[in-house]
Every structure is written in structure tokens, then in C-alpha cells.
Ligand binder design. Structure first.
Ligand SMILES: [Zn+2]
Length: 90
């Protein structure tokens, strides 16, 4: 038995005692925003356009800010005509 045996034993031992380098990564995803999703759903509304004479996807545009709410204008995405307004109360 020589030093080689001991060295071999030690190297084996040290490799076995390798510290676990596995940090637990906690990825915090931002919570889904139901409000935004609802808004996107709403903004995809189709309205009857008076010019196209058919239901068109409309774009919501803030028209006026009233003391008791906001007035939104719905613009036809095809021709740009106002297809209606909506008043959002507070
Ligand atoms: Zn239109």
C-alpha cells in the first residue's frame, strides 16, 4: 500500500462531496391581469358601422372626460367613421 491508494481514495471522496450548486430559482411571474384581458376583449367589439352598413371591428377612443365619467367614441377600423359612443361611468 502506497500513497497512491490514499490519494485515489481522497480524490474519490472529494468528488463525492461536491457541493450541490443548485440554487433554487424562484421565478415570480406577474399575476395575470384580468382587467387588461377584459379590456382587450371589449375593445375587439364589432359595431354596426353606418357607412359600411355592416358590423365592423371598432377602435375605442376616449372622446371626452366628463365630471361623472368618460365618453368613448367607437371608430370603424375599416373606414374611420364613428360607429357609436359609450359613456363609462365612475
Ligand atoms: Zn365603416
Amino acid at each position: 500500500m502506497g500513497d497512491d491508494d490514499i490519494r485515489h481514495y481522497l480524490s474519490r471522496q472529494s468528488s463525492r462531496q461536491k457541493p450541490e450548486l443548485r440554487p433554487k430559482m424562484v421565478v415570480r411571474r406577474p399575476a395575470t391581469q384580468p382587467q387588461k384581458a377584459a379590456f382587450e376583449d371589449f375593445s375587439a367589439t364589432h359595431l354596426l358601422c353606418p357607412k359600411c352598413r355592416t358590423a365592423r371591428p371598432v377602435r375605442e377612443r376616449l372622446l371626452l372626460i366628463l365630471p361623472d365619467g368618460e365618453l368613448y367614441d367607437y371608430i370603424c377600423t375599416a373606414c374611420g367613421t364613428s360607429a357609436g359612443t359609450r359613456k363609462a361611468g365612475r
